[in-house]
Design a protein around this ligand. Sequence first.
Ligand code: GRF
Length: 221
Amino acid sequence: MKQGFLKAAVLISGTGSNLKALIDAIGTTRLDLNIVQVVSNRAEAAGIAHATTAAIPVSVISHADFPDRQSHDAAVAKVLEQSGAELIILAGYMRILSEDFTRHFSGRMINLHPSLLPLYKGLDTYNRVLESGDNETGASIHFVTAGLDSGPVIAQVKLPVLPGDDADSLKARLGPLEHKLLIATVDLFCKREITYRQDAVLFLGEIIKQPLQLKPDGRFI
Ligand code: GRF
């Protein structure tokens, strides 16, 4: 099914460790990905340096420079379209998106979220997991639709919650798993094995009833 390198754009707001993981995977594994554009909505985002080091074009489009969400999203969309990206990857992009923006990129925009969706949409997921007493958590990658963190889930990775865990320890253990999940999921896109249809995820042409689960060896079951 593979037809050459997949062109992608990555949107960030902060640290950019997931962007860095993708860049490293291109160099060290056979991830057939070409990151053609990075967009940050914050000029001070540390992740911008990862893109610059890898000679990836970066656009800083600060939301503070626009009168409203709609006009900021329109400026971001213009840059993304001009880049030729086939897949838009939200990796720590801390913005609520306008409906126009999500509709425009429907079926070709994915988001990484630090919980087992549909549980704990939105912010502060680690503390909410701990308060609920759940014995496991994880991360999800989903297609982006108009509702916050609500689009169909493509893949997940699970992590046990241990006695004595706090938000920092959960975040520290989940981070490397998120990197693996993102690389493995993007790899499926590079192989053209994942598609979107009417609010559903198709894997190898079949609708999946449950998200793909990442195993410790970095593969899906
Ligand atoms: C990740 O935890 C991701 O799940 C969430 O934002 C964080 C981004 O981290 N959406 P980084 O900027 O890639 O280090």
